[in-house]
Design a protein around this ligand. Structure first.
Ligand code: GLA
Length: 380
């Protein structure tokens, strides 16, 4: 497909709006069978799809990057360009599951910042999988799509992610948070009622190269903790099955770092459940304190924060109009998430911008978001 094609003029059989996500609390708990509290946001990737009557030629054009590529369904291979792998990876997983595709054209554009930790990759993967499911009548359920997109990330992109991002992108409901149990996939939709407050993301503008390798290392460290505990507690299959007293019993058997990682995860699961109660009781102060405690654990025990994230969280700590703030997502860059009184937001953004620029020479990008709906599909 050449780049004369425009998103607007493309004649689509299927149109998809696929959102990014935020996570209020519950970080690095999803792959430990724990609890998370994400929701989709009103920033999205827009995807248009049509069958092109060829057997196996697929053509993709991104208006946002002004970049296009082609691939063949019969000769799937990894690309050197990472964004292309999100697409090819999804197609690969669909074919591996035994479903039949034929040639298609795809155009996309996005208003989701890339590398900001708001899951543009999950949005692209889930959006494409949902669109192909409709276009070729593949009969995939929403859960099939979520798991397939996660496998694409594992197998083609190389990040051993949990299920939170894909789940939030597909399953969210407007104006609600999801309390998700990543073990059973049970969900509770909680009204995202932040009273007179806004949800403000501050994008550090950095994405440290440690992100992928350290992410996978953290996952292994948690698994190592589980392995050691399960030697004498065979019922323990994940950190979800370990509570604080049990962890204390194993303190001497666990290497210090492994103990810290497990201790953080067990504490974070408890915080998510407390935060759910706090928001239901309209107790934003308590909710915010839990966010700060989450950040402290991520910084000191799980060690996935970075100076830029810590700076943005610290600057909010003495402001009583910021109820809570913490790093969000995998860490080592990306955004902080802040619950801030609406009328103070502009002043806070100005003050933060000045201080952060002085320290790091970068202007943090402020992004105000609302809890939005999951994937929207339109057939023409
Ligand atoms: C990334 C992963 C998620 C989750 C978060 C940390 O966003 O994709 O699965 O593990 O990091 O909570």
């Amino acid at each position: 497909m050449n780049s004369d094609i425009s998103f607007k003029k493309f004649k689509a059989q299927i149109e998809i709006e696929s959102p990014g996500r935020i996570n209020l609390i519950g970080e690095h708990t999803d792959y430990n069978n724990g609890f998370v509290m994400p929701t989709a946001i009103d920033k999205k990737i827009f995807i248009k799809l049509s069958a092109n009557n060829s057997q196996s030629l697929c053509r993709v054009y991104s208006e946002t990057y002004d970049s296009s590529f082609e691939f063949n369904l019969e000769t799937i291979a990894k690309s050197k360009n990472s964004w292309e792998n999100y697409i090819i990876g999804v197609v690969n997983e669909i074919q591996k599951s035994g479903k039949k595709l034929s040639g298609f054209d795809c155009v996309l554009k996005s208003n989701l910042p890339i590398g900001a930790g708001i899951s543009s990759s999950a949005a692209l993967e889930c959006g494409l999988a949902s669109g192909l499911n409709e276009l070729f009548e593949l009969q995939l359920s929403k859960i099939d799509i979520i798991k397939l997109a996660q496998r694409a990330e594992h197998n083609f992109v190389g990040s051993n992610c949990g299920i939170m991002d894909q789940f939030a992108s597909v399953m969210s409901k407007k104006d609600h948070l999801i309390l998700l149990d990543c073990k059973s996939l049970d969900t509770e939709y909680i009204p995202a009622d932040f009273k007179n407050c806004k949800i403000l993301l501050l994008n550090t503008g950095v994405s440290h190269s440690l992100a992928d390798s350290e992410y996978n290392t953290r996952r292994q460290e948690c698994e190592e903790g589980v392995r050691i505990i399960a030697e004498t507690q065979p019922g323990v299959k994940s950190l979800r099955d370990v509570d604080e007293p049990m962890l204390e019993d194993f303190k001497n058997k666990l290497p210090g770092k492994i103990y810290d990682r497990c201790n953080y995860v067990i504490g974070e699961n408890k915080r998510v459940l407390k935060a759910a109660e706090a928001i239901k009781n309209a107790n934003l102060k308590e909710f915010g304190n839990l966010m700060y405690a989450s950040h402290d654990g991520l910084q000191h025990k799980y060690e996935v924060s970075c100076p830029e994230l810590n700076f943005l969280v610290n600057i909010s700590r003495d402001k009583d109009f910021v109820h809570g703030a913490r790093m969000m997502g995998g860490g080592f860059g990306g955004c902080t998430i802040n619950i801030i009184e609406a009328e103070k937001t502009d002043d806070f953004i100005r003050e933060t911008d000045k201080a952060y620029f002085k320290e790091f020479g970068i202007h943090p990008d402020p992004i105000i978001v609302e809890a939005g709906a999951g994937t929207i599909i339109k057939k023409n």
